[in-house]
Design a protein. Structure first.
Length: 185
């Protein structure tokens, strides 16, 4: 075949590319694929680690603002009570061992790798408090995923790392949700 004065030919080399769906070694390539079942295994894959790292770094530098929805409207509103304190907790110093960047980065990493992230509010005595109580001294990212009980509208928390255990109403938990295809809570 000639194209623009050049002769184009297909040369046969004797080496045929393997078709995964055919014969020798065809269907067996599926057996070599490893299923990733944990956050740790996902981060051992270089591409996944880098993507999660880039996304979480990019989001962690942005300020986080807490909004709430009243039961009568579907409009989200800024928190009215002590907005400076909430800005400080969410973006500057959420607790004694993390700064705002690391805190937000870990929230996004959990959302990307686990689907959701959960944060509890504690007072000076390190006991969980309601988010709107005015006594919030620190925010703690939960390491173990709480079980949500839809019939009672409660979170069953057993987090051994932060030392928080119990059953809590949604007023105690900041739930950072990832979209879910199956419509789960």
């Amino acid at each position: 075949m000639k194209l623009f004065g050049f002769e184009i030919k297909r040369e046969v080399t004797g080496i045929e590319p393997k078709n995964p769906a055919s014969g020798a070694g065809g269907a067996n390539w599926l057996m070599n694929i490893k299923r990733i079942e944990s956050e740790r295994e996902a981060l051992q894959v270089g591409v996944m680690h880098r993507c999660a790292n880039l996304i979480s770094d990019g989001i962690a530098v942005m300020p986080l603002r807490l909004k709430f929805r009243t039961s009568t409207t579907s409009v989200y509103q800024e928190i009215i009570e002590d907005p400076e304190r909430w800005f400080y907790l969410l973006n500057v110093r959420p607790n004694a061992w993390q700064n705002g960047f690391v805190f937000k980065k870990n929230i996004v990493m959990q959302m990307l790798l686990r689907g959701n992230a959960y944060v509890m509010a504690r007072d000076e005595r390190r006991t969980p408090v309601k988010l709107n109580s005015g006594r919030v001294a620190e925010l703690v990212l939960l390491h173990d995923v709480p079980a949500y009980q839809p019939y009672t509208n409660r979170y069953a928390v057993t987090d051994t790392v932060s030392g928080i255990t119990g059953v809590f109403a949604p007023d105690y938990v900041l739930h950072f949700k990832n979209p879910s295809a199956d419509g789960c809570y």
